[in-house]
Ligand binder design. Structure first.
Ligand code: XMP
Length: 516
């Protein structure tokens, strides 16, 4: 295994993910873990992550004592690099020259890390302090205009450090650098695959749930389906999948779940019609966070009720469903303020919006994974492409795509427009090019139009097609004009309340993907 030592913020998971991409197993451990405990895990290599702190800060996290004497190959990244340098007697200075974002790196010696890569390459930087002198015994192999020591190597001791972030995609040869470190410096072998990840997660879930029962919230989206498939594999009939029709779904969702999920996995499915309950709870509410809280709260109520019913149906009085399975992904955890030191952007209902008196233990087998990894996992579990490649759909559903109060009529209007947009994007063969395309109803806005010979006074919808790697950042998708024209024509012709179609051309940041 490779230990990724977490110095805080959002970096460690991405590094772990890149290590998995090199087909090497990894585990994230806190920087506070004693070296003896780390060694007990028998690591092949150690990677020290970046972090938000300055090595000069009072409470700057320290490298566990003795780490550099273990003989285990170690790579320090950004903050991890600086702590390594400081610990081993080099110099880290406040030069007053910060570097953020894309930076040109000049490689002076290929060494191990830069083997067979160009002498000039683009890297992603994010730092204030800089290393000005490498520790004794280290060779400086790369520099930038403002950072004289941007990468160092000491192959004899197996110690390596880089100021930039090899784990982010903007670093051109970052993945190669990690491969070089793992395969050549640490002697790891590329044997860890999705099959292993399926096994590992299945085993974990089995241990967590034991002989108890679980229910899973199926939303029709890929995350909950893959999470459920993992748990179904682990505990079989003791899992019941609950599909809550909260009335905030898109067209054809229940049918899709039955066709693409239940028939493949053989999972036990319970469909609950809770449309009235949700509409009632949402009436009069237009604040986005309030909507999220309400949907989260009502969801849990429906589950608790469904759980009691499952037990009763099985004639297992006295038993309880103790676990709730959720398809929470790593980016959801971060954006809900769950990563250490990360800010709460919005309360995704499957993480931040859960009520405090939750009756279930949470099972989240995808909590450490990114979306594209979840798709691979789903394929490995035998789910069909229609399921695995479905575009993400948020738990609170259409409720957060109606700007304004949610009503039955508005839901119907939005559902019709959304179905048209989806149909045309599929017809144009764009499903895999775009990450998702929310259609947003501006229910509190009216605009004047003319149709036939008459004046109309309807609502606009916004098309929000985005491209993204993991939903943490996104860009608006450059959809061909013809496709946009068809979508616009059809929506304004076929959906009575809508007389205007607009296109959102904002990236994330500054916008988020959903409007609420
Ligand atoms: P934002 O709008 O935060 O969306 O840029 C990022 C991704 O998350 C989805 N999303 C949610 N998913 N519960 C979910 O399960 C939620 O409350 C929620 N809010 C946003 C969104 O569709 C996008 O893919």
């Amino acid at each position: 295994t490779v230990l990724v030592v977490d110095f805080g913020a959002q970096y460690a998971q991405l590094i772990a993910r890149r290590v998995r991409e090199c087909h090497v197993h990894s585990e994230i451990v806190p920087a506070t873990m004693p070296v003896a405990d780390m060694m007990a895990r028998n690591p092949r290599a150690i990677i020290l992550s970046g972090g938000p702190a300055s090595v000069y800060a009072e409470d700057a996290p320290q490298v566990p004592a003795g780490l550099f004497d273990t003989g285990v190959a170690t790579l320090g990244i950004c903050y991890g690099f600086q702590t390594m340098v400081q610990e081993l007697g080099g110099t880290v200075e406040r030069t007053g020259r910060s570097e953020f974002g894309r930076t040109q790196l000049d490689v002076s010696a290929e060494g191990v890390l830069f083997a067979r890569t160009p002498t000039s390459q683009t890297v992603w930087m994010s730092h204030g302090d800089s290393v000005t002198r490498a520790p004794d015994g280290f060779r400086t192999v790369a520099a930038t205009d403002s950072t004289p020591v941007a990468a160092i190597e000491n192959p004899a001791r197996g110690l390596y450090g880089v100021q930039f972030h090899p784990e982010v995609l903007h670093t051109e040869h970052g993945q190669e650098l990690l491969r070089h470190f793992l395969y050549e410096a640490a002697g790891c072998r590329p044997t860890w695959t999705m099959v292993n990840i399926v096994e590992e997660q299945t085993e974990r879930v089995r241990t967590q749930i034991g002989g108890k029962r679980a229910i899973c919230a199926l939303s029709g989206g890929v995350d909950s389906a893959v999470a459920a498939a993992v748990v179904q594999r682990a505990i079989g009939e003791r899992l019941t999948c609950v599909f809550v029709d909260h009335g905030l779904l898109r067209a054809g969702e229940v049918e899709q779940v039955e066709k693409d999920f239940v028939s493949v996995t053989g999972a036990r499915l319970k469909v609950v019609d809770a449309q009235e309950q949700f509409l009632h709870a949402l009436s009069g509410v237009s604040d986005p966070e309030e909507k999220r809280r309400i949907v989260g709260r009502e969801f849990i109520r429906v589950f608790e009720q469904a759980a009691r019913e499952v037990v009763a149906e099985d004639g297992a009085e006295g038993e309880e469903v103790e676990f709730l399975v959720q398809g929470t992904l790593y980016p959801d955890v971060v954006e809900s303020g769950g990563g250490s030191g990360a800010a709460n952007i919005k309360s995704h209902h499957n993480v931040g919006g859960l009520p405090e008196d939750l009756q279930f233990g949470l099972v989240e087998p995808l909590r450490e994974l990114f979306k594209d990894e979840v798709r691979q996992l789903g394929a490995e579990l035998g789910l069909p492409p229609e399921m695995v490649w479905r575009q993400p759909f948020p738990g609170p559903g259409l409720a957060i795509r109606i700007v304004g109060e949610v009503t039955r009529d508005r839901l119907e209007t939005l559902r019709a427009a959304d179905a048209i947009a989806r149909e045309e994007l599929t017809r144009a063969g764009l499903d895999r090019d775009i990450w998702q395309c929310p259609v947003v109803l501006l229910a509190d806005v009216r605009s004047v139009g003319v149709q036939g010979d008459g004046r109309t006074y309807g609502h606009p919808v916004v098309l929000r097609p985005v491209s993204s790697e993991d939903a943490m950042t996104a860009d608006w998708s450059r959809i061909p004009y013809e496709t946009l024209a068809t979508i616009s024509n059809r929506i304004t012709n076929e959906v009575r309340e809508i007389n205007r179609v607009t296109l959102d051309v904002t990236s994330k940041p500054p916008g988020t993907i959903e409007w609420e």
